[in-house]
Design a binder for this molecule. Structure first.
Ligand code: MD3
Ligand code: FE
Length: 206
């Protein structure tokens, strides 16, 4: 899975940080949010090739991708409505684990079917790169891969399970990372197969 040794500075893994009850409560909040702001399939800028991951957001700003580019905007690209609020449980988790004085503005919701992937990329569409990104995994396990801050260097993998939380800040904020595969049938949290990942981010400089 991952070679022995400490994780890089700024990357914190909290395995099983949310117990089954907390995962269920959070999932109910996310289902309510996706009822207001449905999952949609973003497209690659330029080519318009569809993502294998479906997405939506909560918060005052949401990350979107379409033929025109990647950006944060305050409304859903298909309904035109504002994103629903970030669930209070997630704001609490940020206060506990992010070690950052300003609240997150965006919660990107990624839904992976068993065949969905996310290629190696950096998250750098945020103006505030001093704030960490906090990620929560729900549902089937995933093979998460990360490297360094330049493309093409060595990478390591971590298997993420439902209830795990990752915090990526400091020297890890700009590492290349992606999701190589989903392991269907490894969780009973969702009704069917698949994985949900939530990422909390600060977008603007306070
Ligand atoms: C490392 N999501 O939405 S979460 C993304 O599992 C994204 O859905 C993946 O990469 C997923 O952009 C990985 C873990 C994660 C999130 C943000 C990061 C790792 C990160 C930002 C910087 C470095
Ligand atoms: Fe990312």
């Amino acid at each position: 899975m991952s070679p022995p040794g400490a994780l890089p500075p700024g990357l914190r893994h909290h395995p099983g940080r949310l117990d089954a009850a907390a995962q269920g409560a959070l999932l109910a909040e996310i289902r309510a949010a996706t009822a207001e702001a449905p999952l949609y399939r973003p497209a690659m800028p330029g080519t318009g090739r569809p993502f294998s991951v479906r997405m939506t957001n909560c918060g005052s700003l949401g990350w979107v991708a379409d033929k025109a580019g990647y950006r944060y905007q305050p409304f859903h690209p298909e309904t035109g409505r504002p994103w629903p609020a970030i669930p209070a449980m997630l704001l609490d988790l940020w206060r506990e684990l992010a070690d950052h004085p300003h609240a997150p503005e965006a919660c990107l919701v990624n839904f992976y079917e068993p065949t969905a992937r996310m290629g190696l990329h950096q998250d750098k569409d945020e103006d505030d790169l001093a704030a960490p990104v906090l990620s929560v995994s729900l549902g089937d396990e995933a093979l998460f891969r990360f490297g360094g801050t330049t493309r093409g260097g060595p990478t390591r993998s971590l298997r993420l399970s439902s209830g795990d939380v990752l915090v990526l800040g400091g020297a890890s904020r700009l590492v290349f990372h992606g999701v190589d595969r989903i392991y269907p049938g490894t969780s009973t949290l969702l009704k069917g197969e698949g994985r949900i990942n939530l990422t909390l981010r600060r977008v603007t400089r306070p």
